[in-house]
Design a protein around this ligand. Sequence first.
Ligand code: ATP
Ligand code: MG
Length: 328
Amino acid sequence: MTERVLTGDRVTGKLHLGHYAGSLQNRVHLQDQYESLVFLADVQALTTHFERQEQIRTNIREMTLDYLSVGIDPEKSTIFIQSMIPEIAELTVYFSMFVSVNTLRHNPTIKAESQGRGLDELYYGFLGYPVSQAADIAICKATIIPVGDDQLPHLELARKIVRRFNELYQPILVEPQAMISNTPRLVGTDGNAKMSKSLGNAIELDSSAEDIAYRIKRAVTDPARVHKNDPGHPEICPIYAYHRAFGPDQLTEIREGCERGTMGCTACKERITLTLEKLIAPMRERRAFYASRPHLVDDILMTGTKYTRGIASATMKEVREAMSLDHF
Ligand code: ATP
Ligand code: MG
């Protein structure tokens, strides 16, 4: 069987180092080996942003620039817009017939993301977004899904849904596999376990050198280190996590310097600022290239969406036949 790689990102803001470490880096590698599709999850963004639809429109172009800037190559990867493939919505409806409400309510990621919301504020579309994710994947017959670890419960559900569909009707859908990176969850600059668009604790991929320096300067470190020479605990420090994710060659030196109290937080932060600048500088160049060619960006999106629509309608033809919904 030929592998097909698929991933999407909610169109809720610019992409950041967490996306890069958790997923984008793998996508860039995989596009050389496998057919790869990447999509702008604007429908899924609506699950929390249904009153901010204008923001979604602007974010689509910005996030496409993010993709292109990290090296997702339109010659190798297909980039498409989720809402422009209405077949996904159709498959979501069919899947939703055999997914129980409790399966969704007890999903750990849904639980974490809906914390504090009572049933009156827990929207049907939000609760069901893992079902629509399963439809995104199944409609493309994707086999490899490079994601951060918050997505593992959703991938498990997608596998279950595909299996159930294949048992109930005909074995036409394909079970996907999650692919987890070396950094399955990158910590935020505030020390929160997850760097996230919605939490305001991110370093964005379009940051200027000044932005990077500013974000790093303000980032929390080990609170036990009051004086420069106090021994630190790298394992609890976000800066150390960034060194591990983006500058592994310096890691031993950084860890020893921190634990022995011979390298202060300021010096350690200067090091990571340089490392990140080296990582982001080439992204800035690629971004500038595409940002000055908006028609090219539109073309990439239109071509990718049209291509994916072909895949989706072929799958839906099979789905309707399998479900005896091919009435004419
Ligand atoms: P939102 O707050 O809008 O949900 P998000 O930052 O969680 O934003 P998503 O669009 O939900 O971003 O996630 C896109 C992909 O990036 C997923 O595969 C997710 O696991 C991965 N990802 C997001 N944040 C991180 C992170 N901090 N570390 C590793 N992977 C991440
Ligand atoms: Mg998310």
